[in-house]
Design a protein around this ligand. Structure first.
Ligand code: NAG
Length: 205
């Protein structure tokens, strides 16, 4: 979906039809029960039309702080409480019908309406453009794996919560490794080059 969104974003003139197309993809995914990761423009669509995804527990939303605030205000009719980030992520997930929310930030906060996980795996002080794409892309893969594996393989935990924690850790590990090599000039492509070794380091040892 993220790929499609990026592809479609190229054609700025057709914003309206691209959102209609996106809406069609989401509706089809729901009918077929396919897990779906929604980022960027998809989140804007959801904030305008929450019922499109509300209650679909196979959806994972990956808002940054701005996107999170927009969604939160749309759903809870209240500004975000900056003293209670955990509670806000939990409440937004519940208001959306317990789908998985990943709030990206200095620390990533992940909730399925029941639990809140914090991913503060060491990255670096730099966050580069495109890092969110690495997160949503790897999350798509891990969510698929975790969903197919079933709850026995994830120790009874919600597979989407486990996948989200894994993808956040992986993205941060890639950031850490790329930063060690390239410092302030690191780009998202440098992070992508680290996926293989980061994955081994985190999950194969
Ligand atoms: C969401 O999860 C909470 C906590 O487990 C539960 O109390 C609530 O009933 C759930 N809501 C839905 C719509 O499943």
């Amino acid at each position: 979906l993220k790929f499609l969104v990026d592809l479609l974003r190229v054609n700025i003139a057709s914003t309206y039809s691209h959102l209609r197309f996106l809406q069609g993809i989401i509706e089809k995914a729901k009918v077929k029960g396919i897990p779906i990761v929604i980022d960027a423009d998809g989140l804007w669509l959801i904030s305008q039309q929450p019922s499109l995804i509300q209650g679909y527990q196979r959806a994972i939303l990956t808002p940054n702080y701005m996107e999170f605030s927009r969604l939160y205000e749309a759903m809870l009719r209240d500004p975000v409480d900056s003293n209670d980030h955990h509670g806000c992520v939990l409440r937004l997930s519940q208001a959306m019908g317990n789908l998985t929310i990943v709030q990206k930030g200095e620390r990533d906060l992940i909730s399925d309406g029941e639990k809140v996980l914090v991913c503060s795996h060491e990255g670096s002080s730099r966050r580069c453009g495109g890092q969110g794409d690495l997160l949503s892309g790897s999350l798509g893969v891990l969510a698929h794996w975790a969903f197919l594996a079933g709850p026995e393989k994830t120790n009874g935990q919600n597979p989407f919560l486990v996948a989200a924690f894994g993808a956040c850790s992986l993205t941060r590990q890639c950031n850490n490794q790329a930063f060690q090599k390239f410092g302030r000039s690191m780009t998202a492509s440098d992070m992508v080059s680290e996926v293989g070794t980061a994955f081994n380091k985190l999950f194969e040892t």
